[in-house]
Write a protein that binds this ligand. Structure first.
Ligand code: HEC
Length: 147
């Protein structure tokens, strides 16, 4: 009895994403990824505006830096641009035409985030100095590659 129930659960876990399709999955996954970036930038911005707390700053800087060590190229599957899936994604076709340029923007983010990780826990001024370049690297990629 239990075995059957577990097998059914396992099957439904496998079947659910398969129904949505690999392209929809990739879009959902990369949007979730970018939301996590935003989810760590927000609290850091708040710390800059309000009371600085070293532990909280370090926690979000660590999480952000960890995220940017991920290889996200697998989330940018062919055929998942704004042209292919209008209304479902903000990823411009130029990403696939200029993968190198896109990767360079991502590397710039990783570099800025690694510096943020090194500086965020040292004080508000250090956090502020390291936070700016991270925000700029987000914007720099969005300007060229996101609708
Ligand atoms: C290398 C390019 C690149 C960098 C760097 C980048 N983004 Fe993005 N971001 C994108 C693209 C492309 C999308 C659109 C994804 C989609 O809709 O499929 C996006 C979408 C988003 C979204 C919307 C997600 C959703 O709910 O659909 C948020 C929030 C976001 N980015 C935040 C950030 C933050 C914060 C940073 C910096 C810490 C950042 N991004 C850095 C390319 C980038």
């Amino acid at each position: 009895m239990h075995k059957i129930a577990l097998a059914t659960i396992a099957l439904s876990l496998i079947a659910a994403p398969a129904l949505a399709g690999p392209k929809e999955d990739a879009v959902a996954e990369r949007q979730a990824y970018f939301k996590k970036l935003g989810g760590n930038m927000g609290p850091l911005a708040k710390l800059l505006k309000g009371d600085y707390d070293a532990a909280t700053a370090q926690q979000h800087a660590d999480a952000l830096a960890d995220l940017t060590t991920q290889d996200i190229s697998g989330l940018f599957v062919e055929g998942t641009s704004t042209e292919d899936m209008p209304g479902k994604t903000e990823a411009l076709p130029v990403i696939w035409e200029d993968m190198d340029g896109f990767a360079t923007k991502y590397e710039a983010l990783a570099t800025a985030a690694a510096n943020l990780k090194a500086e965020a826990g040292k004080g508000k001024a250090q956090l502020a100095a390291a936070f700016g370049p991270v925000g700029a690297s987000c914007k720099s990629c969005h300007d060229g590659f996101r609708d």
